[in-house]
Design a protein around this ligand. Structure first.
Ligand SMILES: [Zn+2]
Ligand SMILES: [Zn+2]
Length: 392
């Protein structure tokens, strides 16, 4: 067996080249045909034969069969970008008005690096590795779409791993690997509430039923679902991200719409928050002589890491970067990740590869100036490849 760590370092130039190509040509949501074609070409070059295109519209799966007997391991990378106009000024900046502002370009390149090493080491690879390149992570729709296209079958997976790079977590710094047992990321749900009343003149509010007033009351009241009805030791978020109502200073409009996101770390809290939001909004509207239409959209569940797989991931990471550079992430994040849909069905581990740029200001994910440190991408490839060689 080749030395995975040394081979991954050698491959980093290639990994960076792949990342830059994808970075220059970002695609969003399910509309990722160029990225799909690029991935398929690279996998074919590596001599990987069992490639399936068009899974979850423009996702790709591929199976690398080891020559030793064993179980099936899944590895997932998300491949979608964002509708953000890039302002990094990088030589390989986006050319089409969209942007890889979350690092998913690096995720694709890292998994291609892993695939290359595994294809080179088929003789020593136990079982099989199923590569999953998934579109549409940013709106939590890609994983369910791939699942309904059969990604969990033929063959079914015994474990699954994946990573996020960038600067999402506090604690670990560039060159380290962060992991966490149990819940790592929040359930992500969405709501839109339309308050309906009766429009009229701003000078005669008593002749109208004011939907803006209802929305204002509801805005305050729904915060008490977190502050008064959720245990202070439990984490929950309800954010109202938009309020839209009215058209002129002296007009009371007929409706006002609020929308936002709900985050929670367990199923019970998750169900309670949605249910109470609905009841509170409807109740406030009714008490103010109007009505509320509540639309709830269910996103990704909480992301839960399996203890046994996480143990093995931690060991694989330590053998690549050393024990001292592997660290437990102290707290879950209220950010969401649709890898959670896979982890609901298959035990596994989603881990973190920090890659903050060494110089200049560090911009957050989804920012037009977001960038990452490419020099550590090989670590992601090496940890995943080493895990595949040693986990069973
Ligand atoms: Zn993102
Ligand atoms: Zn992301």
């Amino acid at each position: 067996m080749t030395n995975i760590k040394e081979r991954a370092k050698e491959l980093n130039g290639k990994i960076i080249e792949w990342r830059r190509h994808i970075h220059r040509n970002p695609e969003t949501g399910f509309e990722t045909p160029m990225t799909e074609a690029f991935i398929v070409e690279r996998l074919r070059e590596m001599g990987i034969e069992e490639i399936l295109e068009g899974v979850g519209k423009h996702g790709v799966t591929a199976l690398i069969k080891g020559e030793r007997p064993g179980k099936v391991l899944g590895m997932r990378a998300d491949i979608d970008a964002l509708p953000v106009k890039e302002e990094t000024g990088l030589s390989f900046a986006s050319v089409n008005g969209r942007m890889h502002a979350c690092g998913h370009d690096a995720h694709v390149a890292i998994l291609l690096g892993t695939a290359k090493m595994l294809a080179e080491n088929r003789k020593d690879l136990p079982g099989s590795v199923k590569l999953i390149f998934q579109p549409s992570e940013e709106n939590s729709e890609g994983a369910p779409a791939m699942i309904s296209d059969g990604v969990l079958e033929n063959p079914s997976m015994d474990a699954i791993i994946g990573l996020h790079t960038g600067n999402l977590w506090e604690g670990p710094s560039t060159g380290m690997v962060g992991y966490r047992y149990g819940v790592l990321m929040a359930a992500t749900d969405w709501f839109t509430v339309t308050f309906e009343g009766k429009g009229g003149h701003g000078a005669t509010p008593h002749l109208t039923v004011d939907p803006v007033a209802m929305a204002c009351q509801a805005y305050i009241a729904i915060q008490t679902i977190v502050s008064r009805e959720t245990s202070p030791l439990n984490s929950a978020v309800i954010t109202v991200g938009s309020i839209n109502g009215g058209s002129a200073p002296n007009v009371i409009g007929p409706s006002c719409t609020i929308s936002g996101t709900i985050r929670s770390l367990d199923a019970g809290t998750r169900a309670m928050l949605s249910e109470r939001l609905k009841t509170v909004c409807k109740g406030i509207a009714q008490s103010m002589r109007g009505r509320a239409e509540v639309q709830l959209i269910t996103g990704a569940p909480p992301l839960n890491n399996d203890s046994e797989i996480t143990d093995k991931l931690r060991e694989a990471a330590a053998s690549i970067v050393g024990e001292e550079a592997v660290t437990e992430i102290a707290e879950p994040t209220m950010g969401g990740e649709d890898m959670a849909f896979f982890l609901e069905k298959v035990p596994g581990c989603f881990f973190f590869l920090p890659s903050m740029p060494g110089e200049g200001e560090v911009f957050p994910h989804h920012h037009p100036k977001f960038d990452l440190d490419e020099s550590v991408l090989w670590i992601g490839s090496a940890v995943m490849a080493h895990f595949a060689m040693t986990w069973q």
